[in-house]
Ligand binder design. Structure first.
Ligand SMILES: [Zn+2]
Ligand SMILES: [Zn+2]
Length: 148
């Protein structure tokens, strides 16, 4: 039998799972096989429950007790799927300054700095637009003063 282009297109793709490197068939964009996908979901539930019950547990403890790689736990925290309580000593380094944060990618002050940077860019643009108006205002005032 000859394979036509269309037949090849309709074929489910065989991909290597990014997690277990095992081959799996998919027609979608998924990067992990369904076995790993289910496993990750199951692991997440275990970790989430453990963290809820042990708010002061460290990442290493969570990793050890749940049998889950620290790297995976950090990934969930960055994705904001998982967070530790404020009282907990657990944190992950802010991507900008390295200070310990409970969730996400940046600490509050870096977040503020980042949004301030955005704001100052915005203000600068506004100043550029206002400048000609200010100049003309100034000359008008000068003119008024001259006639008095
Ligand atoms: Zn897999
Ligand atoms: Zn920071």
């Amino acid at each position: 039998m000859e394979w036509s282009d269309q037949m090849l297109k309709d074929l489910v793709q065989v991909k290597a799972c990014v997690r277990c490197k095992g081959l799996f068939e998919t027609t979608g964009e998924r990067e992990v096989c369904s076995r790993c996908y289910e496993l990750i979901e199951k692991q997440f539930k275990v970790v989430r429950r453990f963290v809820r019950e042990h708010e002061m547990a460290g990442i290493e403890e969570v990793s050890e007790k749940c049998g889950i790689a620290i790297k995976q736990i950090l990934e969930w925290i960055r994705e904001e799927k998982l967070s530790f309580s404020k009282e907990s000593k657990v944190g992950i380094p802010c991507l900008a300054c390295g200070i310990s944060i409970p969730i996400g990618k940046y600490c509050v002050s870096c977040q503020t700095k980042l949004s301030k940077n955005l704001h100052s860019v915005y203000v600068k643009k506004e100043e550029d637009i206002k400048q000609p108006t200010l100049v003309s205002n100034g000359s008008r005032m000068h003119f008024l003063g001259h006639t008095r």
